[in-house]
Design a protein around this ligand. Sequence first.
Ligand code: SAM
Length: 260
Amino acid sequence: MMLIGAVCTIGGRSRVARRFFVPPAGVGDEFVNLPTELVHHLRSVLRLAVGVEVLLLDGCGGHYQCHLTDLTPQGGRAVIDNRWTETETALPVRLLQGVPKGDRFDLILQKGTELGISAFTPVWSQRSIPAPATGRDEKRLQRWQRIIAEAARQSRRPLLPSCAAPQPLASALATTGEELRLMLWEEGSQPLATALPQNRPRDVALLVGPEGGFSADEATAAVAAGFQPVHLGPRILRSETAGFAVSAILQYVYGDFGVR
Ligand code: SAM
């Protein structure tokens, strides 16, 4: 984990720079209960001691400036000295991503979080490689959530993006109700620019295929679910690159890329 070691000032408020996400259920009126995994990290990796100031975030916008009071192998506690709420100005973008092979999805979660993605929905599609493995999904999901939390911490996001369990494309399509729904399909005839509305949409669903791309049947299903198939020009991008590129464009046009 990367440690940010300095105290910085944003918007006139002095901020403790060591920030960590904690489960909202552990936040009380005066104390925050620290999960054992975080206590282990604070004690054994960062070598922090009782009395040190930390900024704890509940992932829903709650910020708790605290000092550590208990750090034991059984768990820990921090006393809340100050609390406030922050929100995001980023455009809410859900990335429905065909799961690529190997550990490339880790990179998608990390960089997507930095780029302002608000939710990830990993999707199994006809050409996904490898075929869905059974029985390992829960462990894999927990690992993905840790990667997101670390990227959100490092990039100083006030909100923690969510990650759904991997699911077949048809199930994922059934969950979409975003105002703007874009499917990146290299065989589509509409360029991205013509699908972008004048005014900022309420939220966006962005569907990106795996290495093998989407089949025509899948494109038909996505269109039936309200997605506009758009192409990105003459170059075929890797699955992970395509999502990053469009996420950055969306945050630049409608969100907070380059704006504070
Ligand atoms: N099956 C394709 C092929 O071999 O020609 C390549 C698929 S591409 C590596 C993976 C995903 O990235 C696609 O399913 C699509 O969602 C997105 N993508 C990459 N380049 C694109 C482009 N030029 N236009 C639209 N989508 C693109």
